[in-house]
Design a protein around this ligand. Structure first.
Ligand SMILES: Nc1nc2c(c(=O)[nH]1)N[C@H]1C(S)=C(S)[C@@H](COP(=O)(O)OP(=O)(O)OC[C@H]3O[C@@H](n4cnc5c(=O)[nH]c(N)nc54)[C@H](O)[C@@H]3O)O[C@H]1N2
Ligand SMILES: Nc1nc2c(c(=O)[nH]1)N[C@H]1C(S)=C(S)[C@@H](COP(=O)(O)OP(=O)(O)OC[C@H]3O[C@@H](n4cnc5c(=O)[nH]c(N)nc54)[C@H](O)[C@@H]3O)O[C@H]1N2
Ligand code: SF4
Ligand SMILES: [Mo]
Length: 706
């Protein structure tokens, strides 16, 4: 008996515990605890119990992180293409050979066309400072490469929030337990920010009301007290109508508005154009629902409005989020514990950009052109002048995750395009590469992480040695810099040196870093920002970091950028007029393709257990729309528009409202019989603000196949 008891205990003692940080594009930025055995193999990845938001658990995806790290198909050494482009035929080469080939080709391109014809393409593989932001800037600035507008995710919303309240200064999710009303608008935290949910539940247990506004009955909507399903792209009309009702019934906070806002008369004028009857027509909601919502929101305090990036991916997404950010000002909810706007915590710490990017260094050529990542397909097929002759992809999988992917696939087939892909797996993008480089996972690299959904800073200690010949992004940048003959020290510093330097350079402008040292970060892994109790409630002092110091209903800066200075609702560029059921069978319907529960964009889309849990790429369609078209659950349907098509399996369900279709993202094209996914239909049109993406403004026709 005693022998049996002591054997596992002994083994437990031999495990090394390493602190890390989840690298994925997720607001939760979980603090990790990794256990490593005596052979240097990671045996468990768990959420740290002592972290204020992680609280000892991880999501459905990262619970399976070791399946990803030790996946039999991890890329372990550099490879060169030997078959036709896109065939996936490669031969193993050494790092020296790979680097020599890349730099030789680049020197040729630079001599003939200039470095602006080399495009680095990256996004959300890791949100780390070193393996993301520093990698995205330093070497490319020194090279003089084409710059990339990284606008695929929340660019329009970010600008909307900055124009309206001046900073992305959301409270931490713990604050939700103080709320009496939580309005979740175009956001699905049960899947996309799961650590918000326990706080939401606690608030609900304490009597708070949770209302979800989403055309889809998401996992979050299912557990809410009320679910409101407007047509997509109509939320600004709904929000303007809420203001209309509040003012008509005298429920707005006139005193707060007078003290803390600018341009109320302009917003009022707009709101008066949206009486509930008109908004009902636009949104497809009953006028009573709109009136009730206005009353509830205006009379419940504290009221938190949660918005995330999903709702901004429309052609009118910028103005929509700007209008939503105005609502807590109309009710005077900004500055109250448990009230206000919960968008992103990004601006509680701003890294020093000069030290990060080094573009001021005289060794860097003048900045060349900037191209928008949402336009990648167009860029590769004629829009860029002069053309792009080399594409270097890392932290991204554009052949699966970037809109209008059919065009991207076409561009990647160009014989005169030299493509390098630095990846952990042979993604659809890597398949098109001329050179493939193997990348490390988060367990194999150093980094530091600043969350966008809570208030602490996290250091990631490498837990295991790199698998095979994998190298981290920053290590590859250092290698390429040396091979290009660049001698600046800031291109050679190791990751820890870069982190130390960034901490010190950022300290003077960021009181939140007070007392957070490199040594402490290494030892403790995760450290809460230094903030006083009152600072934890954003805008509690009544000051907003806008030019006027107030919430700007009217924004001069918006006008300067050529936007309407006052938020408004305009129809989406591809839109139906608020009708539930299509009048003709071949009428186009809007197709939403939001995040799936078991993948993060396309990441985890090749992990067996995640694919099994996620099921198959489905098309959710309301019974009324299905019946009209004679579509049954389980049937294969083809969705298409002028950009392209893909096939999905019909799922007839009342989870979507009539007149709206939905699928989940992002499935790997190469695992589908047609080698494509929904992004063959999504639009590369840019949003109204900041070059943002418009994945969810997408009209399609649909037909049954069998
Ligand atoms: N499991 C999982 N987690 C993720 C991700 C993932 O892919 N999977 N992705 C990560 C990334 S990159 C991001 S940016 C975040 C995104 O986090 P979220 O913003 O929460 O995610 P989305 O699914 O894009 O959109 C949220 C909801 O907005 C709704 N929506 C879309 N258009 C409209 C509209 O016009 N009006 C209204 N009212 N609602 C609308 C969608 O139906 C969807 O349910 O999540 C991150 N976390
Ligand atoms: N249909 C549809 N498409 C969407 C969305 C949607 O809702 N619907 N959401 C959009 C959004 S919000 C976003 S943010 C984008 C994200 O788009 P991407 O940034 O392209 O994200 P992923 O598709 O997850 O691809 C990230 C890749 O980086 C790799 N990677 C991870 N860590 C590292 C590393 O350390 N080094 C290197 N070199 N590679 C690494 C991963 O293996 C993965 O293949 O997708 C967008 N695409
Ligand atoms: S993906 Fe999000 S919820 Fe999952 S472990 Fe990472 S940070 Fe936590
Ligand atoms: Mo994103």
């Amino acid at each position: 008996m005693s022998l049996q008891m002591s054997a596992p205990a002994k083994k437990e003692r031999q495990l090394r515990v390493v602190y890390g940080s989840c690298p994925h594009d997720c607001p939760d930025c979980c603090a990790l605890e990794i256990k490593v055995d005596e052979d240097g193999r990671a045996v468990s990845v768990r959420g740290r119990a002592d972290h204020q938001v992680t609280r000892g658990w991880l999501c459905a995806k990262v619970n399976h992180y070791l399946e990803r790290v030790y996946h039999p198909e991890r890329l372990l050494y550099p490879m060169r293409r030997v078959g036709p482009k896109g065939s996936g035929k490669f031969e193993r080469i050494s790092w020296d050979e790979a680097v020599a080939e890349i730099t030789t080709r680049w020197r040729d391109i630079i001599a003939q066309h200039g470095a602006q014809c080399i495009l680095p393409y990256s996004y959300a593989g890791t949100l780390g400072l070193v393996q993301g932001a520093v990698t995205d800037t330093r070497f490319w600035n020194r090279l003089g490469a084409c710059r990339l507008e990284r606008a695929i995710c929340g660019h329009a919303a970010e600008e909307a929030v900055l124009l309206t309240v001046g900073g992305r200064l959301a409270p931490s999710p713990e604050m939700l337990v103080q709320s009496k009303l939580i309005l979740i608008w175009g956001s699905n935290p049960a899947s996309t920010a799961p650590h918000v949910m326990p706080f939401l539940r606690q608030a609900q247990r304490q009597g708070a009301r949770v209302i979800v506004i989403d055309p889809i009955r998401t996992l979050t909507a299912r557990s809410a007290d009320q679910h409101i399903q407007p047509f997509p792209g109509t939320d600004a009309a709904l929000a303007l109508a809420l203001v209309n009702v509040m003012v008509t019934e005298g429920l707005h906070n006139a005193h707060w508005i007078a003290e803390h806002t600018q341009g109320w008369e302009h917003l009022l004028e707009r709101a008066m154009q949206f009486p509930p009857a008109r908004a009902a027509q636009i949104t497809g909601l009953a006028p009573e629902t709109i009136i009730d919502l206005a009353r509830t929101y205006a009379t419940t305090s504290p009221a938190m409005l949660r918005v995330s990036d999903g709702i901004n991916r429309h052609t009118n997404g910028g103005q929509t989020v700007r209008m939503l950010a105005c609502l807590p000002a109309v009710t005077g909810q900004y500055g109250r514990p448990g009230g206000g706007l919960m968008y992103s915590t990004s601006d509680w710490l701003s890294w020093d950009k000069e030290t990060m990017a080094r573009s001021y260094d005289p060794a860097c050529p003048p900045p060349p052109r900037t191209l928008n990542m949402n336009r990648l397909g167009a860029i590769l097929t004629g829009e860029a002048d002069p053309p792009i002759y080399s594409l270097y992809v890392y932290n991204a999988n554009p052949a699966a995750s970037t809109p209008n992917s059919g065009k991207i696939a076409e561009g990647l087939m160009r014989e005169d395009l030299f493509t390098v892909v630095h990846e952990l797996f042979e993604t659809d993008t890597a398949r098109f590469a001329d050179i493939v480089l193997p990348a490390t996972s988060q367990l194999e690299q150093v980094d530091i992480h600043k969350p966008y959904g809570h208030l602490s800073l996290q250091y990631n200690t490498p837990a295991i040695a790199p698998l095979g010949e994998a190298r981290s992004n920053w290590n590859v940048m250092r290698t390429l810099a040396a091979a290009m003959g660049f001698t600046e020290q800031w291109l050679q510093d190791d990751a820890d040196t870069v982190i130390r330097e960034m901490l010190e350079a950022s300290r003077p402008a960021n009181p939140s870093l007070t007392g957070i040292t490199f040594a402490r970060l290494q030892a403790e892994g995760s450290i809460p920002f230094t903030l006083s109790e009152s600072q934890r409630t954003p805008f509690a002092d009544g000051n907003f970091p806008t030019p006027s110091g107030k919430v700007e209903f009217y924004s001069e800066r918006a006008a300067e950028k050529g936007y309407d200075p006052v938020p408004d609702w305009v129809p989406e560029v591809e839109a139906r007029d608020g009708r539930d059921v299509s009048t003709t069978v071949d009428e186009k319907l809007p197709l939403l393709c939001p995040a799936s529960h078991h993948f993060i964009s396309s990441t985890f889309g090749n992990v067996e257990s995640m694919i099994t849990k996620q099921g198959e790429p489905t098309l959710s369609i309301h019974p009324q729309d299905a019946e009209r078209r004679g579509i049954r659950s389980g049937q294969l349907v083809r969705v298409s528009n002028e950009r392209g098509w893909c096939r999905l399996v019909a799922r007839v369900t009342e989870e979507v409202r009539p007149g709206v279709l939905a699928t989940t993202s992002v499935w790997w094209p190469k695992f589908s019989p047609d080698q494509r996914n929904v992004n063959w239909t999504t639009s590369d049109r840019l949003a109204d603000f900041n070059g943002g993406s418009t994945f969810y403004t997408n009209l399609v026709v649909l037909e049954a196949i069998n």
